[in-house]
Design a protein around this ligand. Structure first.
Ligand code: SF4
Length: 201
């Protein structure tokens, strides 16, 4: 198979899957603005998106022994390829012992114009959702989502829905991008309002 960029790479004990560079946001802190690669990858910028069969072949060709979990992450928003993402989850669940985790901006309901949280039932063990800011105005300024101000409430709704389907739900913020006070406000939203875990990354 020709090299199209690093679709699969490893980071800590995770097998990371980078299936798209598309994203509805332009976060000021996005790591994509700083470096082309992470973990053992050379470039997470893809010349083209791999199709489902190519991703499955790459997984089949990988020795999975060192890994505990498959993580959908990379230089784009994985839910931009929801159908493919779900099919890869199914393959991993049926054929490996890996846990599955999705790192997402939580905007898939707006990308598809419908509720998407239920799609992940039985497919994900964990999901990490970027909250990033404590209000719609601050989120909009920091992440510049193409959906505008409705994005923040959509993330909150998505999080409260996905709790019903995925056992381990975390919201996160980038500690260096917001004030301590805003971090505490975000913690309250995650832990007190939504009843999920909270992480400063
Ligand atoms: S949502 Fe993630 S990939 Fe998209 S711009 Fe923000 S940090 Fe980058």
């Amino acid at each position: 198979m020709e090299y199209i960029g690093d679709v699969i790479y490893d980071y800590a004990d995770g097998l990371y899957i980078n299936m798209t560079n598309r994203c509805p946001c332009r976060c000021s802190f996005c790591i994509r603005n700083l470096t082309d690669s992470l973990g053992n990858a050379d470039s997470l910028w893809l010349r083209r998106e791999p199709d489902l069969e190519e991703i499955l072949e790459m997984i089949r060709e990988t020795d999975l022994t060192p890994y505990n979990e498959a993580v959908f992450c990379g230089y784009g928003e994985p839910t931009e390829r929801l159908e493919c993402l779900l099919a890869v989850c199914d393959y991993i669940k049926e054929n490996t012992d890996l846990r599955t985790r999705l790192n997402t901006n939580g905007l898939s309901d707006l990308i598809y114009g419908r509720k998407t949280a239920g799609d992940f039932a039985g497919r994900l063990d964990a999901v990490s959702i970027s909250l990033n800011a404590p209000t719609a105005e601050k989120y909009d300024a920091l992440c510049q989502p193409r959906f505008g101000k409705e994005s923040f409430e959509a993330i909150i709704r998505f999080t409260s829905e996905i709790k019903k389907y995925v056992p381990d739900v975390t919201m996160s913020v980038v500690g260096s991008s917001i004030s301590r006070r805003d971090i505490e406000e975000c913690r309250k939203i995650a832990e007190e309002r939504l009843g999920v875990k909270f992480r400063v990354r």
